[in-house]
Design a binder for this molecule. Structure first.
Ligand SMILES: *Cc1c(COP(=O)(O)O)cnc(C)c1O
Length: 383
């Protein structure tokens, strides 16, 4: 491999075999593999229930639906994230409100969150940026005090821990993504996990057009004025849902991938440690702060460039075949948000300032030692 990407999937022979078995079975979609994958993620994270959907974005949207977010409701989100974190609020007609990040960690700052709470605030979406969990004790306290729901966008932090508790158990609802750059992949895919059975029922319906086949939930008899038990073909659409279903093909891949997650996270942590050690004493390269009491899942390894211009370094590394990246353009600076929400510069000064200096270096389980050596040597030469 001459070009080194910032992240990529690992597909082994057993993954391929798992997918082939589904292709030869009766169910390509919504068969036994969906529930099996949901149970496996629950077992791994310690969450009670999981609902697998077609993407992390669909999972975020489902979470907003389950919380009943609608027009007039505000949901507090960080600006340094993938735009889907804020877009999901808009899908439901709600308003995302941006609370600034801590420039040391790029995690949402609980003090900024408090400042953004209004009588319209319904929920907070915390993003475990790069794979480091947010300060969930503080966020929980704020939520309890103001009657808000806490959602974790844990698309970066599958396998991470906060004070001995795993991502998936730290918020009311937690969202994962299984896009190929994330820790494990299903091609496209996502999941909501929660301990609340009602939330699960709502999302199961939402991912399938808002349809239920559970007679206990039916609003009307199947034929006017009939009182007998509904025939087995009968179903009702109770809500405006979507087709957010995930396939058995994808879930078989996910189940197979998940078995390897613990060793992959260890590998990511080793790569991060080697970066940390290599950059020690170099004042122009500042890795993000990692807090005590957490286990970092290292979806991303992000540095802040203190002296050299970020874009110069970016271009030189790219020219050397190293796939560095920038995570992320602050969401509130995107033209859509400026136009529709009137956001722009000055709204989140911490995010706007740190955004100029951040650079994501390659980290993925299959990154070779000599590739990482090349990244470090090239970067050191440039700065
Ligand atoms: C990847 C990601 C998403 C969206 O997940 P998809 O599966 O690509 O839809 C949402 N939020 C964050 C923070 C992400 O990294």
């Amino acid at each position: 491999m001459s070009y080194i990407p910032y992240g990529r999937q690992t597909i082994d022979e057993d993954d391929i075999q798992a997918v082939v078995e589904v292709l030869q079975s009766d169910y390509l979609t919504t068969g036994p593999k969906v529930e099996e994958f949901e149970a496996a993620i629950c077992q791994y994270t310690g969450a009670k229930y999981g609902v697998a959907v077609s993407s992390g974005t669909a999972a975020l949207h489902s979470a907003m639906f389950a919380l009943g977010i609608g027009p007039g409701d505000e949901v507090i989100v960080p600006p340094i994230t993938f735009s889907a974190t804020a877009n999901c609020v808009l899908y439901q007609g709600g308003t995302p409100v941006f609370a600034d990040i801590d420039p040391d960690t790029l995690l949402i700052d609980p003090v900024e969150v408090k400042n953004k709470i209004t009588p319209q605030t319904k929920a907070i979406i915390a993003v475990d940026y790069a794979g480091q969990p947010c300060d969930y004790d503080q966020l929980r306290e704020i939520c309890d005090k103001h009657g808000l729901k806490l959602v974790a966008d844990a698309c970066h932090s599958l396998g991470a821990q906060y004070k001995g508790r795993k991502a998936g158990t730290l918020a009311d609802l937690t969202v994962f993504s299984f896009h190929p750059v994330k820790h494990i992949t299903t091609g496209e895919g996502g999941m909501v996990v929660t301990d609340d059975p009602e939330t699960v029922d709502k999302i199961r319906m939402f991912r399938n057009h808002g349809i239920t086949r559970d007679p206990a939930l039916f609003k009307h008899p199947p034929i006017p004025s009939s009182s007998h038990t509904p025939p087995s073909w009968y179903y009702e659409m109770l809500e405006l849902g979507y087709n957010y279903r995930i396939t058995d093909i994808q879930c078989a891949l996910g189940i197979s991938q998940l078995k390897k997650l613990p060793q992959w996270i260890k590998k990511r942590q080793e790569i991060a440690k080697f970066y940390d050690d290599s950059f020690e004493g170099i004042s122009s390269i500042e890795p993000l702060t990692v807090r005590d009491n957490i286990i970092h899942a290292y979806h991303l390894y992000v540095i802040k460039l203190q002296t050299k211009n970020r874009d110069t370094v970016f271009n030189e590394l790219r020219n050397a075949g190293i796939g560095v990246n920038v995570h992320y353009i602050p969401v509130h600076l995107h033209p859509f948000y400026r136009k529709h929400l009137g956001t722009g510069y000055g709204l989140c000064p911490g995010a706007e300032s740190v955004y100029k200096n951040i650079l994501t270096l390659p980290v993925f389980q299959a990154l070779l030692k000599n590739q990482q050596d090349l990244v470090i040597k090239t970067l050191k030469n440039i700065v």
